[in-house]
Design a protein around this ligand. Structure first.
Ligand SMILES: [Zn+2]
Length: 713
């Protein structure tokens, strides 16, 4: 057994490029390898799939991964192939022929991981398959779909249990999900008939996500502002309706932003195309209804903004959780408006296929979601408590309630304009037409009613209709206006509203404090571009080449040889072979252009290994150093050896670092040593350029390098 765990670790390193398991992974894998049924509840981005993929590689026989997400299957299989693991999938997108071909390949042992949609389990061809191969392990992904009490019940999941029991030999079964309340967990265990399952619960916390709730912001303004500031980063904006989705997308495109959209009303082909553009980093922002996202596994989404509040916490956490799957800091922002609650209530009301009990449950969940927007304590604590996590810190210091980086902006004047318009219109109209009047719309109805003659007509013409509506909704949420409960609700002014008109009270809106604009590192951008090019050659999403986290690490460590590259998280052998060279070349060029002093330790190891394999050949830097002692000139050495002058220079310092005797003083101008030393201490030795810039012209890069070498800095 211990051998198997060892082997699991070595697969983790060799194949996936990670040194250590993330929390919970090892426990889950150990349990599964012991042939114990296992339930894994691990937040998105926690590395859930590794929990079944590694055992699949170690078990004899075939592993079936049951997954409801047809588009995700392809991504998962692509991801496995990108690390050199043969896998395939069976779902309704394949032709009959193709399906049979794949099943044939499973039988002949070409694949031992097969992804399958639950609908396909009880089909003739699958029965034939399981008659011919041994199914060692069944992993049920998104296992919460089996529960009616979950938020995403799928009847096809009810067949899984029957399918498993029908197999000649019962396989190990693992049920995996990212979100499940206590009740859903019990259901998973029962419905899938798990045998005394080991439960691995990782907690739901996603430390890298910052949660923010904004009430009373102008939603359109906010979205435009935010996306403009974050151009070049991937983000998702969820809206409640198709119409909003279209409007927001149009608005962003008009601002020159790279935005795309996705909703259920679009044709399948358009949806697919837009989704791919987002996956391949061809658009930055995806504006979508909740129809979007189930099938995507993009790891570098930096923010998720909810334009409307979702129906329950599960849905919110799942959607928001699509941010930051690579573990890097990412933002989840909910733009709350009172109208959202009404919209959701209405939708539940209208759904005819719900019995009273389910309706009641939905109202309750909606209530809990609404509370999230109103709590004054830690937002993370609220969510985690909802999912039953225990022992949560009171403050996370990473949510808008803990950090309070929200500033209030005075909107009294705007409010006065709106309120007086409501008064002028005799408090007899709804939000839409009030907004149109304030905007100065030439709409037929506005003109018919003679509202273009009101003194308040066009008072807010500089805003969009949507922005004006948002402001009206804010005033409703804050109690300055109220809406009647009619079929066509009318907006009326309240006593508090009168105080605004009289100038007795002020109104504020929340604005997120200007964030520090992160300086985009040049190298990161270069590597990103390279990744995009390589991915588009292969027709795979860029994150399958390397994740953002891997690129970030490369920017920190500047790996320029195999050993250093393999040390980067997420770089395993297969990926190294496929993509390593061009990335190292780009990094090398950058390091040279910017005169960055890279820790030479890696180079030494590399040299040593190279030396060993070449039967103790003398290190190249020693050859250069010896020649230098003889010729006393870099250029001459370079000529002699047919290598670059810069390489020779580097060789000299490298050889010195390895104990070769060369007088460093010859490179340092007289009387400058102390001064250079001071500057290095002050500015650090990572980047030589700034040191050179503040130094005298006679101080060369070599002089700086010599000081660093001499003082062993
Ligand atoms: Zn907090």
């Amino acid at each position: 057994m211990n051998d198997m765990i060892e082997e699991a670790r070595s697969i983790l390193k060799k194949v996936y490029g990670y040194d250590a398991f993330k929390q919970g992974q090892e426990a889950a894998i150990t349990s599964i390898l012991r042939r114990q049924d296992t339930m894994v509840i691990m937040p998105t981005g926690g590395g859930k799939s590794i929990c079944y993929q590694i055992p699949a590689l170690l078990f004899e026989g075939v592993t079936m991964v049951i997954s409801p997400l047809i588009s995700l299957m392809k991504d998962q299989v692509d991801a496995l192939e990108s690390v050199g693991i043969p896998a395939t999938y069976i779902n309704s997108t394949l032709s009959h022929q193709e399906m049979n071909r794949r099943l044939e390949d499973v039988i002949t042992g070409k694949y031992n991981i097969i992804y399958i949609a639950p609908e396909r389990l009880e089909t003739e061809s699958i029965y034939r398959l399981v008659g011919q191969v041994q199914i060692a392990f069944v992993a049920v992904d998104e296992a919460h779909c089996v529960s009616q009490w979950g938020h995403d019940f799928r009847p096809s999941y009810m067949t899984i249990d029957r399918f498993i029991e029908g197999l000649a030999e019962r396989p190990v079964v693992a049920a995996l999900t990212a979100t499940a309340t206590e009740r859903v967990q019990q259901d998973m265990s029962q419905q899938l008939n798990l045998r005394n399952p080991e439960i691995i619960k990782n907690g739901y916390n996603r430390e890298n996500l910052t949660f923010t709730v904004l009430k009373g912001v102008n939603k359109h303004h906010f979205i435009v502002d935010y996306t403009m500031k974050h151009q070049g980063e991937a983000g998702i904006i969820y809206a409640g309706t198709r119409k909003d989705t279209e409007n927001i997308c149009k608005l962003l495109v008009k601002q020159g932003l790279r935005a795309g959209m996705y909703h259920g009303g679009m044709g399948a082909e358009d949806r697919k195309q837009n989704q791919e553009k987002f996956l391949y980093d061809d658009v930055d922002v995806m504006v979508a209804t909740n129809a979007f996202g189930m099938g995507i596994d993009k790891s570098n989404v930096r923010y998720v903004i909810h334009y409307n509040m979702p129906e329950n916490i599960e849905a919110y956490y799942q959607e928001a959780g699509r941010a930051g799957r690579d573990g890097l800091p990412s933002k989840c922002i909910l733009l709350f408006g009172a109208a959202d609650v009404q919209l959701r209530r209405y939708l539940i009301d209208q759904s005819e296929d719900l019995d009273e009990a389910r309706k009641h449950m939905k109202y309750e969940k909606l209530q809990q979601m609404t509370q999230y927007a109103h709590v004054t304590y830690c937002l993370r604590k609220y969510i985690l408590t909802y999912f039953g996590d225990e022992e949560i810190e009171d403050k996370c210091d990473n949510c808008s309630n803990c950090n309070g980086n929200i500033i209030k902006e005075d909107m009294t004047l705007e409010a006065q304009k709106i309120l007086s318009c409501v008064v002028r219109m005799k408090e007899r109209f709804g939000t839409k037409i009030i907004a149109e009047v304030l905007k100065g719309s030439k709409n037929k109805r506005v003109l018919q009613l003679g509202f273009d003659r009101l003194s308040t007509y066009g008072l807010l013409s500089e805003l969009t209709i949507g922005a004006v509506k948002d402001s009206i909704n804010l005033l409703i949420a804050e109690g300055y206006l109220r809406m009647t409960h009619d079929e066509f609700p009318i907006v009326k002014i309240t006593e508090r509203g009168v105080k605004i008109l009289k100038g007795i009270e002020q109104v504020y809106r929340n604005v997120i404090e200007e964030e520090e604009v992160q300086v985009k590192e040049e190298l990161f951008e270069q590597l990103r571009q390279l990744r995009r090019d390589m991915a588009s050659n292969e027709h795979i999403p860029p994150y399958l080449v390397f994740s953002d986290a891997s690129l970030r690490e490369m920017c920190k460590q500047y790996p320029t040889n195999e050993i250093a590259m393999l040390r980067v998280k997420g770089v395993g052998e297969a990926k190294y072979k496929k993509y390593g060279e061009p990335f190292m070349d780009r990094i090398k060029r950058y390091v040279e252009e910017h005169h960055i002093q890279v820790d030479t330790l890696d180079m030494h190891i590399h040299e040593k290994l190279a030396t060993k394999s070449k039967k103790q050949k003398e290190p190249s830097c020693f050859i250069s150093a010896k020649l230098f002692l003889e010729l006393q000139d870099f250029k001459e050495v370079a000529k002699e050896r047919s290598i670059q002058v810069r390489t020779v220079e580097n060789h000299i310092f490298e050889a010195y670092a390895q104990g070769f005797e060369i007088n460093m003083d010859q490179f340092i101008p007289d009387g400058y040593e102390e001064r250079i030393l001071e500057t290095i201490k002050e500015m650090g030795k990572e980047r030589l350029k700034p040191i050179k810039e503040v130094s005298d012209t006679c101080v060369t890069y070599n002089a700086i390098k010599a000081v660093i070498a001499k003082h062993d800095l």
